[in-house]
Design a protein around this ligand. Structure first.
Ligand SMILES: Nc1ncnc2c1ncn2[C@@H]1O[C@H](COP(=O)(O)OP(=O)(O)O)[C@@H](O)[C@H]1O
Ligand SMILES: [Mg+2]
Length: 290
């Protein structure tokens, strides 16, 4: 990995727990998965990476725990450059959940699967079981003797998340976790990610093309296009910027579309992100008109 001189675009303010410093990754066929990528993760935040298919979200995520290494630039986790010598400690603090849960589950039972990571850390069977039970409790899976292969898509995803949580990570990285799930399981994952941030102090990095979910979930939104981040900020700022979203092949969240089309934008600068906030603003507006 060739370390660049200080990147002029990225600025690591010292508060980031992960800093991607102007990283480029070229696949063997010459495709650049990410290009001059600058990205940071801060403590106890949910940061959403939104971009169309092929924009570089998965490539970036796989750099965050050292699964991939950049050919140019570097990745710092808790202030240390990621390299071969510290890969295992990086993977202990940065847990990655793949888009395809099947590729993450391979043990004969759910319990074995979730215990695998802690056992690999060198914990005793009792300690590993304790951690696995705790992690499965957090995600709400009780049928621990089941064969992972026979679980539903939503349950597989929850078990995959439990497997990562059992390692006690400081940062959870999840790739399109709800794309193939029904609305009820998708909501369950969404609530779980929120509670990990709020109740367990874990930072969550999530790749999404579901802009509605980004609006409901994220503290910060980064728009990914052509292997780089073209804009970032609060969901109110980024997800109400129609020109920006359109230029990245995305569209306004449903809530923002309704809000704008009803002409509810006001001097107070309200920008609702959830159905609940939107309906409250509509009620207020109708009451004012009465
Ligand atoms: N193994 C690979 N070999 C070659 N090109 C790849 C490979 N994986 C991804 N790419 C390319 O890298 C770019 C970014 O892909 P990816 O990170 O998967 O995007 P996203 O997750 O946003 O859909 C795309 O152009 C994609 O075709
Ligand atoms: Mg992807």
């Amino acid at each position: 990995m060739a370390a660049k001189e200080r990147c002029e675009v990225c600025h690591d303010d010292g508060n980031a727990i992960i800093h991607v410093d102007c990283a480029t990754h070229t696949y063997p066929d010459g495709t650049k998965g990410i290009h001059d990528m600058c990205f940071s993760v801060y403590p106890k935040e949910i940061v959403a990476l939104c971009g169309p298919n092929g924009s570089g979200k998965s490539t970036l995520l796989e750099h965050l725990n050292g699964l991939m290494v950049p050919d140019v630039g570097r990745i710092r986790v808790f202030g240390k450059d990621v390299d071969k010598s510290n890969l295992s400690s990086v993977r202990r603090v940065v847990g990655l959940v793949f888009q395809d849960a099947d590729s993450q589950l391979f043990s004969p039972t759910v319990m074995d699967d979730v215990m695998f990571g802690p056992l690999n850390l060198g914990l005793s069977v009792e300690e590993a079981k304790e951690r696995a039970e705790r992690a499965l409790g957090v995600v709400g899976i009780s049928d621990t003797g089941k064969i992972p292969h026979n679980l539903s898509g939503g349950q597989k995803r929850l078990v995959a998340i439990a497997g990562v949580l059992a390692m006690d990570p400081k940062i959870l990285v999840v790739d399109e976790p709800t794309g193939d799930l029904d609305p009820s399981n998708a909501r369950k994952i969404e609530h779980l990610l929120k509670s990990l941030r709020t109740e367990h102090g874990i930072s969550v990095v999530i790749a999404l093309h579901d802009i509605d979910m980004a609006a409901r979930l994220a503290d910060r939104v980064c728009i990914v296009k052509d292997g780089g981040i073209i804009a970032e900020g609060t969901p109110e700022d980024v997800l109400y910027n129609e020109a920006l979203l359109t230029s990245a092949g995305l569209q306004l969240p449903t809530v923002a579309r309704i809000f704008k089309s009803m002409g509810l934008e006001s001097a107070e600068g309200n920008k609702p992100l959830t159905i609940e906030d939107l309906t409250q603003l509509m009620r207020d507006s109708f009451q004012r008109r009465d």
